[in-house]
Design a protein around this ligand. Structure first.
Ligand code: GLU
Length: 440
């Protein structure tokens, strides 16, 4: 066990989508690879938008993906802790009250923008006199609170982006508490990361500027600054993927038969210098993780590509990887997997081989001859070829004209695994009846 500890911190304001699943994949794999811990943190400070239904669905998907967690926390249960830290930061002057309305802030922002200046808050609130504050309060204005950044350089070595540098003078003091007293994500996240001893934060690059401000927050709460890795965001057809854009839900992919390990394999290698290959267990995938192989450009996520990859994944899937989920034995699985699109398709072949099928007779003369030529059991790997040679000789048919009617009679399907493989699975009794046009 190393002391590495990562967290996946979803906000339960929507379903798990491909973007946050990718963040979970990288965090979980890193913990696995390095023998560290993986924590689930529910970021539910937004009480209005957070829903139990979303949280349950997030957990369900994590379990399905195989991402067990060693520890969990919920931000809404830690308010007293945040209040305590904020009280201290207020006393130290690192957190200060502001009285501007959203409209006033917007006007200020526009003014700066028209002058070509960055829209950085001017800290007007720090210049308010006691009388002005009382006047605002008498008016019924409620303060929101900002975290005061200290001028100077903010630097970190990002595991994906390399050396990162910000000048605090170019950043606005982030708002950490809204007018209604509710917390924004930034400070609670830092307090949690510090309290729970998070050593590595892997998240999307949309958080890079937050990181700059949060590094100062870690210092302010005497927390150890974790190592950061910011993943380039995925882009989809409709631009950046995010739950707000209603992007692809993992639940839907799952319902369509996309395998959990196919998603993990795909997401772990997308945008890296490595080829996307099927991995059939998380342990092996974790051992292959190398953050330095991630490129800096935003990888394109294409749902169709994932689905094509899933087909390839299923068709090569070792029996061990499906064992507990299907009724078939190993020989059956190996015989049919090359024809499946999703794992559940195996049931169709189970039915065709072991349950009643209504045969389709296309060439009665041929299938009648074929029925009579079926050798007695036991059958071995030579049986099919010997039988087929006889059928060919007696019927004079070859190629598609030979195979297609046999397939339709034996399976009632247009396509499928090789007849050579299927015939012994169907067995003589059923095969004979089906070739004779009898439902069997
Ligand atoms: N709840 C935040 C989000 O989903 C977590 C960001 C972070 O990893 O710090 O964006």
């Amino acid at each position: 066990m190393s002391d590495l500890k990562v967290r996946f911190a979803p906000s339960p304001t929507g379903y798990m989508h491909i973007g946050n699943t990718r963040t979970a994949v990288f965090n979980w794999l890193l913990a696995k690879k390095l023998g560290g811990k993986f924590m689930l943190r529910i970021d539910d400070t937004d009480v209005l938008r957070s829903k139990k239904e979303y949280e349950d669905a997030l957990r369900d998907i994590l379990v399905w993906l195989g991402f067990n967690w060693d520890e969990e926390a919920r931000q809404s249960a830690r308010m007293a802790r945040y209040d305590e830290v904020v009280a201290r930061l207020k006393a130290e002057g690192r957190v200060y009250a502001c009285y501007e309305t959203a409209e006033e802030l917007e006007v200020m922002r526009k003014k700066l923008m028209t002058k070509g200046l960055p829209p950085i808050y001017d800290r007007g609130a720090l210049k308010l006199t006691a009388e002005q504050i009382s006047a605002y309060e008498a008016e019924g204005r409620k303060p929101h609170y900002r975290f005061k950044l200290i001028p100077g350089n903010i630097d970190w070595d990002d595991l994906v982006r390399g050396h990162c540098h910000y000048d605090a003078a170019n950043l606005a003091d982030p708002v950490i508490i809204r007018e209604d007293g509710s917390y924004l994500y930034h400070l609670p996240s830092v307090i949690d990361d510090a309290d729970f001893g998070i050593t590595h934060i892997i998240r999307g690059e949309d958080h890079v500027t937050n990181t700059a401000a949060q590094i100062q927050m870690f210092e302010a709460v005497d927390g150890k600054i974790p190592t950061f890795a910011h993943l380039p965001l995925l882009t989809g057809k409709e631009g950046k993927l995010s739950k707000r854009l209603g992007s692809l839900g993992v639940r839907e992919l799952r319902a369509e038969g996309v395998e959990a390990m196919a998603i993990c394999s795909f997401l772990a290698k997308l945008g890296t210098s490595e080829a996307i290959e099927p991995f059939y267990d998380l342990e092996t995938l974790a051992q292959s993780l190398d953050l330095t192989k991630l490129g800096r450009s935003q990888p394109k996520f294409d749902e169709e590509e994932l689905k094509t990859f899933n087909t390839r994944f299923v068709r090569n899937m070792p029996y061990d990887a499906v064992k507990g989920r299907i009724k078939s034995d190993e020989a059956f699985w190996n015989a049919v997997r090359g024809n499946l699109n999703v794992v559940d398709d195996v049931n169709e072949w189970e039915q065709i081989c072991h349950q009643t099928v209504k045969p389709v007779i296309e060439d009665k003369a041929l299938t009648d001859v074929a029925a009579e030529l079926l050798p007695p059991e036991p059958w071995n790997s030579e049986t099919f070829n010997a039988w087929l040679a006889e059928v060919k000789a007696q019927s004079g048919k070859k190629g598609k004209e030979l195979f297609h009617p046999l397939r339709k009679a034996l399976t009632a399907q247009e396509n499928g695994p090789e007849l050579k493989t299927l015939l012994p699975l169907i067995g003589r009794d059923r095969a004979y009846k089906r070739l004779k046009g009898i439902e069997a």
